[in-house]
Design a binder for this molecule. Structure first.
Ligand code: DQA
Length: 147
């Protein structure tokens, strides 16, 4: 069965308790369940990876490319969004459609969050929709790239 990779970066393992006024009270497990349920509506599976380490996120993108059955990636690179040339290069190398997701709207926050190294290579960007952004991203990938 075809898969969507849901890739979450640093500190998102703390969702639910981390700055709930900004990120809400849903946990990472809730987010991953939401993605799985949305994917299932399209006959797809998800593989969910979260890491606090930049290289592990790069590795997950390489593995998705090599696997051959990943139709796209939902990527919330968290703080690495604003810093990581390595992730930019990995997204390009993956040759997979990537939807960049942010729970908050980084453009309404500190200026250092206004730059994304990933946006130029993202197929779409969803920000400020809360955890629903993940659902919209899975829907988009399934609609555009699924069967
Ligand atoms: C985030 C926004 C980033 O600026 C921040 O570093 C995060 C989460 C979001 O989902 O809103 O960790 O990507």
């Amino acid at each position: 069965m075809t898969r969507v990779l849901v890739l979450n970066g640093p500190n998102l393992n703390l969702l639910g308790t981390r700055e709930p006024a900004i990120y809400g009270t849903a946990t990472l497990a809730d987010v991953e369940q939401l993605c799985a349920a949305t994917a299932a509506q399209h006959g797809l599976e998800v593989t969910c990876v979260q890491s606090n380490h930049e290289g592990a996120l790069v590795d997950a993108l390489h593995e998705a490319r090599a696997a051959g059955d990943v139709l796209g990636v939902v990527l919330n690179a968290a703080a690495y969004t604003h810093t990581s040339v390595a992730l930019l290069d990995a997204v390009k190398a993956s040759a997979l459609p990537v939807v960049e997701v942010h729970i908050s709207n980084p453009h309404a926050r500190e200026s250092f969050r206004h730059t994304s190294y990933l946006s130029p290579v993202a197929e779409a960007i969803i920000a400020g929709a809360g955890v629903h952004g993940y659902r919209y991203a899975v829907d988009l990938l399934a609609t555009r790239h699924g069967g």
